[in-house]
Design a protein around this ligand. Structure first.
Ligand SMILES: [Zn+2]
Length: 271
């Protein structure tokens, strides 16, 4: 199993990276997780639009699904006539992004599948377990296993919940939202996580590695990593575009990307 980070910014894209977006590959099957704002360009730097085999969206906020529209446009208008793209999401989560173009234009290029959080499903080689996690809109946390011999868990966006460490139980790689390092402002506290709590959940779950994502723009990465390390004993880093991880290979080895080498002295926020 191989995970490539396409973007990991929370809320809106910044000059250095887009919002949530991850490419997960097993047995040659390419699953795109959460095509958020500005994640299509780094995806297309790696593979062709028609090479995506399925898309899984945790919830319907645009920082997690806006770039589905240009992906479908590239498949529909690019001349290669790929088969309809299977789209998995909570029911109705993609209605807004799928309504951006004139009615019917992209219909033949997608096959929507509503997933009720709590359901188990199969996407290509992946067995997918979903859990309803607390957010402003229905959000499906996902746990993927399969023939590639690794367990990968991803929160999507969530507030505190005992379901989170259950989702990440013994995961080789736990990708957790960590919108703020220490505390979440009261008005959002039920719907978003801190890096500190993500670290606590990772430790509780027995996860092998923690990858923090969805940091609010401007958040120093080192603050998030430091907060998570207070309770999590394993490796912690922040998701940045280009990071490639192979969960289950050794210690969830980082095999490439900007964090594979330690950041230079002038780049404390590189990873
Ligand atoms: Zn978000």
């Amino acid at each position: 199993m191989e995970l490539t980070v396409l973007g990991g910014r929370g809320a809106w894209p910044t000059p250095d990276q887009g919002c949530s977006g991850y490419l997960l590959v097993c047995d040659g099957f390419r699953l795109l997780l959460d095509p958020g704002y500005a994640t299509l360009p780094p995806l297309l730097a790696r593979i062709r639009p028609e090479d995506v085999d399925a898309v899984l969206v945790t919830h319907g906020h645009p920082d997690h699904c806006a770039d589905l529209n240009p992906l479908l446009r590239a498949r529909a208008l690019g001349g290669s006539a790929p088969p309809p793209l299977p789209l998995y999401s909570p029911p109705g989560a993609l209605d807004a992004v799928l309504a951006l173009d004139r009615p019917g234009m992209l219909d033949g290029f997608r096959t929507p599948h509503g997933i009720t959080a709590g359901a188990r499903l199969r996407i290509g080689p992946f067995d997918v377990e979903t859990r309803l996690l607390p957010h402003f809109v229905p959000n499906a946390g996902v746990r993927l296993t399969g023939p590639c011999g690794a367990v990968f868990a991803y929160t999507g966006d969530t507030g505190p919940s005992p379901e989170v460490p259950e989702l990440a139980r013994n995961a080789d790689l736990f990708l957790s939202e960590a919108t703020h390092p220490e505390t979440v402002p009261p008005e959002d506290a039920a719907h978003l996580l801190s890096a500190r709590l993500a670290g606590r959940y990772a430790q509780q779950a027995g996860a092998a590695r923690l990858l923090l994502t969805h940091l609010w723009p401007g958040t120093p990465h080192r603050d998030a990593v430091r907060a998570a390390r207070d309770s999590f004993a394993g490796p912690v880093s922040v998701a940045v575009p280009g990071t490639v991880l192979r969960p289950g290979a050794g210690e969830s080895a980082e095999v490439g990307g900007p964090c594979a080498e330690p950041g230079g002295p002038g780049e404390p926020d590189r990873c």
